[in-house]
Design a protein around this ligand. Structure first.
Ligand SMILES: NC(=O)C1=CN([C@@H]2O[C@H](COP(=O)(O)OP(=O)(O)OC[C@H]3O[C@@H](n4cnc5c(N)ncnc54)[C@H](OP(=O)(O)O)[C@@H]3O)[C@@H](O)[C@H]2O)C=CC1
Ligand SMILES: CC(=O)C(=O)O
Ligand SMILES: [Mg+2]
Length: 751
């Protein structure tokens, strides 16, 4: 499988753009008018204040407490990187905050507390309870973390959860349940070696013992080797609890014949020889971050029978607490829990383990680019599995209710599950699906405009992101100079620069073009000029001859002009049913607008074709199409000659017998709003439309640009659909990232 590759510059740029850091705050209420101001602040705010003072539980109804978690650290054990201090830990803590949001729609704020003193840390946090629904402690070194967590739990009436301890233990337990299932061993019989007796290690071994592992079969090691009964050096009470009577002294000795190795220590702590000495079908969870104790390749080289997991996302079997903390807190918050107790953690582990053993839906497999079925390379769900959000929190919430941790039980569990499904932003999974499909396609992408630095940056990113080969049309010296000017001189060697002078196919291209254009007023001199000097035509010719798998162009010239040139090579015009479809992504919704590129003023027949193109693009994106023909009138009112064609287009589709939902004509609010639709009980859409077929290109342009400028929508496209070749057009204002997006669409042939 492909490793995710990035440079240090890219990691820094990711954290720098569009604004420094990884998250910002947005208001959920309008703050526009004088009235808004008086409700949000003085005097209106007094009403909820007084209500909460009287009835503290009401804080969950009138403030964001019920969905807000603090990620708190002092930076003394940042991943496996050591003590980087409170400030040095902030990128990780911001990262945890965005993971909370992305995976479970939990709002979270990182708080870096600049002290290594346990008392001072506890004092700083223990009075913050009113602000939050939960406290996620993170990357605090052992043994301080044990004391801090215990004291905060006693002082606070909300869940206090040290993720490195319990989050890790929960995921480790879930993975181990399944790994042992596959290796045919019972936990009671396993010899388990744990390396790392810190926050994560102690919690993991405690949970495994609670699940049946025999204490005498568990050997714990740290920097001083095996923790045995006679040892005094580097000990503490938490380690002593796991000391055993044994002659083993080193990790190497302990690993011989072991069934399970758990690593929560540091990179490279395990050698291939140690793995080689383990028992049959050994289970190896090398969980140190960012680099594991041993890589899966190294382990499999010596032991092909091993079941290996790491904490990283770029290997199969990611045993990482990202699978736990978002869902544990989601479930806990939703019952306004006082704590996250043992039963809630075990419920989480069991739900995760059970999910991995189930059949994997196609869209999950598709997004990962490989078949996922329960087995050695799939013992734990993948973090992007969309089922996690509605499968795990209900199990946690139920355990919280059963054990009295819940302050507000959930009455309707089915309704709760449905609300969890609706909570997640579908656009994120759509974009992810496209990206993974493109990565799998490994397309040779032709970037036509190699003289533009945005295009070159997109081409470099395309190749470095592992999407495939970037073929850049341009002059080599020019490409080099431009990239050097951007401080990306190295990238020249990675790109393949193609032009009329260095291709062996120019004569073939010219013959092809002449055959198409000889009766359209072009002589051989015109043909040579087009084929050899026009990069749009040259790129299209490369594509037409299979010398690339897709073309991205249009960043330097107006799209109408580029379309004309592309049409010399492909039949990509209105007459041949081509259409432009633009995807608008906004607040978790995705709506396609068509035609945004080809038809100037389509008639009813053409509008029907445009709807078909829109439906095809929707399906490519993983949406079930619902097309609305939009206008300023709804089902014949107000009567207008201009709306007539929008009224007739659905009838054209009736006659064609297409296999998707469509309706019209209607105003945009009726198209997009289920309540407005309810006023027309006869209409046939089963929900809000996700394709808007607009009357003309001007209305398309106006609506898309209005959404972009005023609404802040993300715009992808126009996607050129209905052409028998993968050509995508950017706009002259495209950024490098927009161009990369178009290349990704071209790579997975959306359109
Ligand atoms: N995959 C996942 O989800 C998670 C992974 N982790 C990873 O686990 C590791 C430990 O994190 P955490 O428990 O929070 O950190 P702590 O600082 O609390 O504990 C680290 C432990 O590792 C031991 N250790 C360090 N180096 C070695 C070595 N070379 N050989 C043996 N033991 C060693 C230390 O030994 P000593 O006591 O002698 O100092 C200590 O017991 C990190 O790499 C972290 O990224 C953590 C949480 C989640
Ligand atoms: C994953 C995590 O929490 C860690 O490595 O510290
Ligand atoms: Mg951590």
């Amino acid at each position: 499988m492909s490793r995710t590759k990035f440079t240090e510059e890219e990691a820094l740029a990711f954290h720098h753009e569009p604004t420094p850091g990884k998250w910002a705050i947005t208001a959920t209420v309008p703050m526009t008018t004088q009235r808004d101001l008086s409700l949000a602040y003085s005097p209106g705010v007094a009403v909820p204040c007084l209500r909460i003072a009287e009835e503290p539980q009401a804080a969950y109804d009138y403030t964001n407490k019920g969905n807000l978690v603090a990620v708190v650290s002092n930076g003394t054990a940042v991943l496996g990187l050591g003590n980087l201090g409170a400030l040095g830990s902030k990128p990780v803590m911001e990262g945890k905050a965005v993971l909370f949001k992305r995976f479970a729609d939990v709002d979270s704020i990182d708080l870096e507390v600049d002290t290594e003193d346990v008392d001072a840390f506890v004092d700083a946090v223990k009075h913050l309870g009113p602000s939050f629904g939960g406290i996620n402690l993170e990357d605090i070194r052992a043994p301080d973390c044990f004391v801090i967590e215990q004291r905060l739990k006693e002082a606070m009436d909300i869940p206090v959860f040290h993720d490195d301890q319990h989050g890790t233990a929960v995921i480790c337990a879930a993975g181990l349940i399944n790994a042992l299932h596959l290796s045919g061993k019972r936990i009671e019989d396993c010899r388990i070696v744990l390396n790392g007796a810190g926050a994560a290690g102690i919690a993991c071994i405690e949970l495994l013992k609670a699940m049946g592992a025999r204490p005498r079969n568990c050997i714990v090691c740290d920097t001083k080797g095996v923790i045995h009964k006679d040892r005094t050096e580097g000990m503490n009470q938490w380690k002593s609890a796991h000391a055993v009577e044994t002659d083993l002294r080193t990790l190497e000795e302990a690993m011989a014949g072991a069934d399970v190795f758990l690593g929560v220590s540091v990179k490279g702590a395990v050698t291939p020889a140690m793995v080689e000495s383990m028992a049959d079908n050994p289970v190896i969870f090398a969980m140190a971050n960012p680099d594991p104790e041993i890589t899966p390749e190294e382990a499999h080289d010596v032991r092909p029978d091993a079941i290996v997991a790491t904490g990283r996302s770029d290997y199969p079997n990611q045993v990482n607490n990202v699978l736990g903390f978002p869902y544990l807190f989601r479930g806990a918050l939703d019952v306004n829990a006082r704590a996250i107790n043992e039963e809630m953690k075990i419920a989480c582990a069991e739900a995760l383990a059970a999910l991995a053993r189930e059949d994997v839906p196609d869209e999950v497999a598709m997004a990962y680019g490989r078949k996922l079925s329960f087995g050695r390379d799939y013992i734990i769900p993948t973090p992007f599995d969309p089922r996690l959000i509605w499968r795990v929190p209900p199990a946690v919430a139920k355990a919280g209710m059963d054990t009295g941790a819940a302050r507000r039980p959930i009455v309707d569990m089915e309704g709760y599950q449905a609300s969890l499904k609706g909570r997640m932003d579908p656009t994120a999974s759509i974009l992810r699906g496209i990206t993974e499909r493109a990565r799998r396609a490994q397309a040779r992408m032709i970037f036509a405009e190699g003289d533009d630095i945005r295009v070159l940056r997109a081409a470099v990113a395309y190749q470095r992101s592992g999407f495939g080969t970037a073929l850049v049309v341009g002059r080599e010296a020019d490409v080099r100079a431009k990239l050097e000017g951007e401080g990306m001189g190295d990238a020249v060697r990675e790109l393949t620069v193609v032009n009329a002078a260095n291709t062996e196919h120019l004569e073939t291209y010219k013959a092809f073009l002449y055959a198409r254009l000889q009766r359209r007023g072009h002589d051989m001199a015109d043909i040579h000029r087009l084929a050899a000097r026009d990069r749009h035509v040259f790129s299209a010719l490369m594509l037409a001859h299979g010398h690339g798998d897709g073309v991205v162009t249009g960043a330097t010239r107006k799209s109408a002009h580029v379309m004309e040139l592309i049409n010399h090579v492909f039949d990509a015009d209105a007459g041949h049913g081509a259409a432009g479809v633009t995807a608008l992504l906004h607040r978790g919704r995705i709506v396609l607008v068509a035609d945004t590129l080809v038809h100037e003023w389509p008639g009813a027949e053409e509008l029907a074709t445009i709807a078909e193109r829109g439906a095809a693009v929707a399906r490519h994106l993983g949406l079930e199409p619902r097309a609305a023909f939009v206008s300023f009138s709804t089902f014949g009112y107000p009567v207008s000659e201009r709306a007539e064609k929008m009224h007739r287009a659905p009838q054209v589709l009736d006659a064609r017998g297409v296999d998707f939902e469509y309706e019209g004509e209607m105003t945009v609010d009726v198209a997009l709003n289920a309540q407005a639709q309810a006023a027309y009980p006869f209409q046939r859409l089963t929900g809000p439309a996700n394709i808007l077929v607009v009357p003309a290109r001007h209305s398309a342009s106006i609506s898309v640009k209005l959404m972009q400028e005023m609404g802040g929508a993300t715009v992808i496209g126009p996607i050129l659909a209905g052409v028998d070749a993968s050509v995508q057009l950017c706009s002259t204002v495209s950024t490098a990232n927009d161009i990369l997006n178009m290349a990704v669409l071209a790579a997975c042939k959306v359109g």
